[in-house]
Design a protein around this ligand. Structure first.
Ligand code: 16G
Ligand code: ZN
Length: 540
């Protein structure tokens, strides 16, 4: 039994940000850290309520602002399955934060008691939370705000303190009081060893691996992971590993910096063409790869390239397993996927592609609901692969029945172990890194071979500040505007003048800006198209 009026001292102490408008957006709440105490306090309560509704299952809560600058922070809730908070609860989280920010405890308690009444909660249940945070300076205090309501509900809280977002998702999914970070390392290193045991003669396809940790939590967690992967550890160097200097987080380094600027991060002085490079983001749920050619020219291998190479590997394993007719494989992308990648997947690999709205939850949902093997990546490097129950049932049956051919049996086991190398709860820099390295080894592709599978169309992503971004409304998975009226027709007319031209405009979900994407046959053409569309947006 709990008495929510007991929340008053904590409410007074922790809800100091007043009259703020909070929205649980694409990646939870995210803003300047100095405005987040109130919403941390209420998010703790929302996570507790979610656990109570689910009979005391563990709910995860992660404090992070991912690739955003050091002064920001944020928070998101994780379901017991390891997935993101179900959408119908986003409004509950938003409303509770906003009512708390009015600063009136009586009104807050009234609202909260109405929410609780509607949820039909068994008040004798013990709620359980698994929490963690990234390396930001503000994170420990925000963690205190997040947990402030816990005693009133007699909550069991497991605090993993410094941890990556995908590790927190994964540990939440395990739903166990005694899981530790080490369980994560053991699980994925065992999967790696199992997969490679099928290919005893395989060599890696690069000399050294250089991992840019974005000066964030990923750098420290990856250094803890490496001892479990001795073969990889000997050729790996972690750069930008200053997680204990929070003001350096994501500054001139990390996945977002590399993808946006299409250049090497800080800390690489003399790049070597025979090495593979990778950058994590600030909470290690995104990854991009890159290499330099013999002329030291930079080449980016982004989320589209990751998704295509994983698709190539998995479809060939499926074919060799002779299970193509029983297990359906598909790829999920957003409108930001390079047109060449979509063409390569559908035309060369003959795999279906679904396009969905920006934001991991949308991709995850389609991958889960449409395919037995659903590969999803945003171009920015956030993604994973989902394997359905049917996949495991069909595969297990095939493995149990045995096969006359050694090759078929090996392909089936490969599929199984490969699926275990993936963090299926959410995109994970560390697990994705291992999956890509394993893929390159199995296919025997060097980083430049990987790159030449298809050629990206030149593209540009820019942003434009407008008076009110909310008038920019879209349809067709954000590829077409329905408002402001007439603008889409003008964009279509501009696009039609360019060979292989494509452009779309959408309001950002995380910043006060409108994003403009363009691609075309040549760099000059894409620049001209982007300029034209920007002018149309500015004049709308
Ligand atoms: C969030 C999303 C990311 C998406 C980005 C788009 C999650 C965990 N993160 O960071 O997937 O690409 O928003 O930002 O869903 P935008 O709406 O500002 O373009
Ligand atoms: Zn992130």
């Amino acid at each position: 039994m709990f008495d929510i009026t007991q929340l008053e001292p904590a409410f007074i102490k922790y809800c100091t940000t007043r009259n703020h408008s909070y929205t649980y957006g694409t990646a939870g709440f995210r803003a300047n850290a100095s405005t987040l105490d109130t919403v941390m306090f209420t998010t703790g309560i929302v996570a507790i309520l979610r656990s109570l509704v689910l009979q005391g299952k563990y709910i995860g809560v992660m404090i992070t602002a991912s690739h955003n600058p050091p002064q920001d922070n944020g928070v998101k809730i994780v379901e017991p399955s390891g997935a993101m908070l179900i959408e119908s609860w986003e409004q509950i989280a938003t409303d509770l934060a906003n009512i708390a920010s009015h600063g009136n405890f009586t009104a807050f308690v009234m609202h909260l008691s109405q929410v609780i009444a509607k949820l039909n909660i068994d008040e004798t249940t013990t709620p359980r939370l698994i929490v963690g945070h990234d390396s930001r300076e503000s994170s420990p205090y925000l963690m205190e705000c997040l947990q402030a309501a816990a005693p009133v509900f007699d909550t069991i809280v497991i605090n993993h303190t410094l941890i990556t977002t995908p590790q927190l998702h994964y540990l939440t999914m395990l739903q166990n009081d005694v899981v530790t970070e080490v369980d994560y390392y053991k699980f994925f290193s065992t999967s790696w060893n199992n997969l490679f045991s099928l290919y005893p003669d395989l060599n890696l396809t690069f000399n050294n691996l250089i991992v840019d940790g974005a000066n964030g939590v990923g750098s420290v967690q990856f250094s803890k992971f490496l001892p479990y992967l001795p073969q990889l550890a000997t050729l790996t160097t972690i750069i930008n590993d200053k997680h204990n200097v929070p003001q350096m987080l994501n500054v001139d380094c990390g996945a977002d910096f590399v993808k946006t600027n299409q250049k090497l991060p800080n800390g690489i002085v003399n790049p070597n063409p025979s090495d593979l490079y990778a950058s994590f983001d600030g909470d290690a749920d995104r990854i991009v790869f890159y290499y330099v050619d013999n002329n030291k020219k930079f080449h980016l291998l982004d989320g589209d390239k990751i998704s295509t190479i994983l698709t190539k590997c998995l479809i060939s394993m499926l074919r060799e397993s002779e299970l193509l007719n029983d297990i359906n494989l598909g790829v999920v992308q957003t409108a930001y996927a390079n047109g060449s990648s979509t063409k390569y997947i559908t035309k060369s690999l003959k795999v279906p592609v679904e396009c969905t709205k920006t934001g991991v939850k949308h991709l995850h949902h389609i991958a889960e609901s449409k395919f037995d093997i659903g590969i999803y990546f945003e171009a920015n490097g956030h993604g994973t692969v989902l394997f359905s129950n049917k996949f495991y049932e069909v595969l297990q049956k095939a493995i149990d029945n045995g096969s006359s051919s050694e090759k078929i049996h090996k392909a089936r086991l490969s599929l199984f172990y490969f699926s275990k190398l993936i963090n299926q709860t959410v995109g994970d820099s560390m697990a994705d890194l291992l999956a890509v390295i394993a893929t390159l080894s199995i296919l025997q592709l060097s980083p430049s071979d990987w790159d030449t599978e298809y050629q990206d169309l030149p593209n540009l992503l820019t942003k434009c500040t407008v008076l009110n971004r909310f008038v920019f409304k879209t349809t067709d998975m954000e590829r077409k505007l329905t408002s402001p009226s007439g603008l889409q027709e003008k964009i279509d007319a501009a696009v039609s003048k360019y060979d292989s031209g494509r452009s779309f405009v959408r309001a950002s979900g995380t910043e006060d800006a409108v994003r403009i994407y363009a691609e075309a046959k040549t760099k000059a053409e894409v620049e001209a198209l982007s300029k034209e569309v920007t002018q149309l947006v500015e004049n709308s």
